[in-house]
Design a protein around this ligand. Structure first.
Ligand SMILES: Cc1cc2nc3c(=O)[nH]c(=O)nc-3n(C[C@H](O)[C@H](O)[C@H](O)COP(=O)(O)OP(=O)(O)OC[C@H]3O[C@@H](n4cnc5c(N)ncnc54)[C@H](O)[C@@H]3O)c2cc1C
Length: 324
């Protein structure tokens, strides 16, 4: 009789970790404290907005992702084939103090027609035991056994940001890495009032770093923008995210040359949005115990691809250790 593995966290790293364990033939349970899976690949459904867009999904966490690792690329290609993911763009506009100044090209960015949360939920669909609204309170070690909320388990992958891990365990080494906050401001307009663009990097601005056209990202061309507030300003407004809406909308209007004010606007706080730096190792694994940690503070993060790679690698390592 085995207790199986437990993965704490149902973001992309936790689901990748659990998938690797399950694909090794072992039992695994995912536990996430949120109402749905996805973590920072978060898509919100508009409700009671007073616009014609209630029911529409908006990406309020990660904006997009890239894929360069061959194993992650294979996952992404299978998701593209199932219409869960779409190749979005290689070009974003760039803005400076005088407004839009040019276009910058880079790697192919992927987005999701039904929102990025759909990526995580789709990858989790084959897992037999996934629990949401299920906060893990304690991960520890007693008499050489790994314990989760008082029960011994075969192995544990802690796949949550380090500051959240530190609240539930001292069995994972404390991380020196600082995490920066972001406030995501969603604006719904009556119609598209700006030039054709996918997103804008806002350089050297005290208020915003980035504006995404969520309609072009999702592919339905809805007049929805999502702007990310500069981490320094976000830190000041974390206690009251709505207080940053005025400066954020004014900056969107300046950058895009708009007079109109959005019909609906909202702000979402990410206290631990991104680690400032990430370790090159893919994950942490205890020297002897079947206990590890993964996420976007490893594998060179902070990106979706790094989080997947980190969780996947940890899952393979935990399965290997379980086989002895
Ligand atoms: C605003 C923003 C913009 C971003 N932009 C991009 C981008 O453009 N491109 C890109 O590649 N990446 C981007 N990222 C980063 C990307 O979202 C992350 O790298 C990735 O989603 C991290 O996944 P994860 O599984 O490691 O962590 P998370 O997604 O944070 O998942 C952790 C999960 O653990 C759960 N949890 C926490 N504590 C507990 C507990 N005690 N018990 C149970 N469950 C718990 C949480 O509910 C959460 O679901 C962005 C992130 C943010 C916030």
């Amino acid at each position: 009789m085995t207790e199986g593995a437990v993965v704490v966290g149902g973001g992309i790293s936790g689901i990748a970790c659990a998938s690797a364990i399950a694909e090794s033939g072992l039992d695994v349970r995912v536990r996430d404290r949120g109402r749905r899976l996805g973590g920072r690949m978060a898509s919100r459904t508009l409700r009671d907005s007073g616009t014609g867009f209630d029911g529409r999904v908006v990406d309020i966490g990660a904006s997009y992702f890239t894929a360069s690792d061959p194993s992650f690329k294979a996952v992404v290609e299978s998701l593209v084939a199932r219409d869960v993911v779409r190749p979005w763009t290689t070009a974003f506009h760039v803005a400076g103090p005088t407004g839009i100044e040019g276009v910058s090209t880079g790697p192919l960015r992927y987005a999701a027609p039904r929102g990025l949360r759909d990526v995580v939920e789709t990858l989790a669909a084959h897992l037999a035991d996934v629990r949401v609204d299920d906060e893990v309170g304690r991960v520890g070690v007693v008499d050489g056994r790994v314990i989760v909320d008082g029960a011994a388990v075969d192995s544990v992958g802690v796949c949550v940001p380090a500051p959240q891990a530190e609240r539930i365990t001292d069995a994972v080494p404390a991380s020196p890495i600082t995490w920066e906050p972001v406030i995501a401001v969603t604006c719904v307009f009556d119609r598209v009032r700006w030039i054709e663009l996918d997103g804008v990097f806002v350089n050297d601005d005290p208020v915003l770093t980035w504006i995404a056209d969520d309609g072009r990202r999702r592919g339905d061309l809805a007049p929805v923008l999502v702007a990310h507030v500069n981490p320094v300003l976000a830190a000041v407004h974390l206690h009251d995210p709505a207080s940053v809406i005025g400066p954020a909308v004014a900056t969107i209007q300046r950058v895009l040359g708009l007079d109109a004010y959005p019909d609906w606007v909202d702000a979402h706080r990410w206290t631990y949005a991104k680690p400032l730096v990430a370790r090159e190792e893919n994950y942490w694994l205890d020297d002897a115990l079947p206990l590890g940690a993964a996420g976007d503070a490893w594998a060179g993060g902070p990106r979706v691809e790094a989080a997947w790679l980190s969780g996947h690698s940890l899952g393979l390592a935990l399965a290997e250790r379980a086989r002895g």
